[in-house]
Design a protein around this ligand. Structure first.
Ligand code: CTP
Length: 392
């Protein structure tokens, strides 16, 4: 972050104290920080604390700016390389989405011509409220990077998504935002990852052993190369890679819906281990005394094949194939059958499922490449690089 200037807008929430740690971390990495406190923010941290940590004057009111004759608020918003809103409260996000400018913070946000990154923190119900969902969607469409909040216990005692991401994660997102544009800058890429769960009854599901690690690593590597990544994830216990927009789903049908709603995309990498079959779930818990249930199996839609024939087919369509026998031959047949451009064939006969390494072959129209066994992150970087070349 050497020499990079961050304008930090601190909103009024209990997580505001973490903004102090953020100032410290940015400065430690060579960046400089100019802080603006909203009236709410000033209820949680004092201007003095932020001034001491940033070693710069802290601004709280539109009317304090000395150089209003020179349009001080415009200057303040433009002299930065990046504007960071942390914590971004539901109120601030709503004002930003609506384009309101009724105090210094919102005026700066409307006047800036610099990239904006918002780290939300609020009660779980506020985060999930239809109005907040709408505002976040609007802001993302306007080009604002809105980070996903963390999930966990909240200051109010409730549990769920809404906690401010850890300052280290916010710093990683800032670095990504400030990084010179990568090979995939501005390209929208869709990734699916993890298993799907098909319900049998309200307490039982049909699942598989996919950990989601490879798909999450690919989403992260694509984002690191500058892509605008939508990750549709089945039920997994992994944190969202920096810079990735994540949509959580449970079933194959939900995954298909989420994928189609995320179109158009320039490329799609379908890594998810989608359940091939589903059953009509019983409305109440099946009882043992009634004997083994007769599950009426039905085939799930094939998301990959569906995308191949879609009117908005991504320019590059990449499938995965987890195989235990005749790995390459099966993958070649699968590529033709599903109508995708590449298949990354996984030999899952060993400890690949859930493990940290992967052993793959890249099957394309030009032939087969055998890649050395490597950590899943390394495979992800290599694939992101190849995707960058293919879309160039
Ligand atoms: N796939 C999908 N939708 C499905 C099944 C699979 O999108 N309903 C995708 C996977 O994400 C993967 C590719 O298709 O990219 C291959 O998945 P795989 O399970 O290996 O293929 P199947 O068609 O299920 O073939 P089989 O089980 O016969 O090997």
């Amino acid at each position: 972050m050497n020499g990079k200037r961050i304008l930090l807008i601190v909103g009024g929430g209990i997580a505001a104290y973490k903004a102090c740690e953020l100032v410290r971390l940015i400065r430690k990495q060579g960046g400089s920080v100019r802080c603006v406190l909203t009236a709410g923010g000033a209820q949680f941290v004092t201007p003095m604390t932020l001034a001491a940590l940033s070693e710069q004057q802290v601004h709280t009111s539109l009317w304090d700016l000395k150089d209003e004759a020179e349009m001080g608020h415009i200057q303040l918003s433009r002299e930065a390389d990046l504007v960071v809103v942390c914590p971004a409260t539901a109120d601030l996000l709503a004002k930003m989405a609506a384009g309101l400018a009724d105090d210094l913070a919102t005026t700066l946000l409307l006047a800036t011509d610099k990239p904006v990154l918002a780290a939300p923190a609020m009660n779980v119900r506020m985060w999930r409220h239809a109005a907040t969902r709408r505002n976040v969607e609007r802001l993302r469409a306007d080009g604002v990077t809105v980070l996903e909040p963390d999930e966990g216990e909240m200051a109010c005692g409730e549990y769920g998504p809404g906690r401010l991401p850890e300052p280290e994660a916010i710093v990683a997102a800032i670095r990504l935002k400030l990084a010179p544009a990568g090979k995939l800058a501005g390209r929208h890429i869709l990734v699916t990852a993890g298993p799907t769960h098909e319900a049998i009854d309200p307490v039982r599901v049909i699942a598989n052993r996919s950990s989601g690690k490879q798909g999450f690593a690919i989403a992260g590597a694509l984002a690191a190369a500058g892509a605008d990544v939508t990750l549709v994830a089945g039920p997994v216990n992994l944190s969202t890679p920096t810079g990735v927009t994540r949509i959580d789903v449970e079933t194959a049908a939900q995954m298909k819906d989420a994928v189609e709603r995320a179109l158009p995309a320039e490329a799609a990498v379908l890594v998810a281990a989608v359940a091939d079959w589903t059953v009509e779930p019983a409305g109440s818990k099946l009882k043992k005394r009634d004997g083994p249930p007769k599950l009426g199996w039905a085939e799930n839609p094939d998301i990959l094949a569906g995308l191949a024939g879609h009117s908005k087919r991504p320019r590059l369509l990449v499938g995965f194939a987890a195989e235990t026998d005749d790995v390459v031959a099966s993958a070649e047949a699968k590529r033709a059958r599903k109508g995708c451009d590449w298949i990354v064939a996984n030999d899952v006969s060993g400890d690949v499922m859930g493990g940290d390494d992967n052993s793959v072959h890249l099957v394309t129209a030009d032939g087969v490449e055998h890649w050395e066994r490597a950590p899943k992150e390394e495979i992800a970087r290599r694939l992101a690089d190849r995707i960058g070349d293919a879309l160039a």
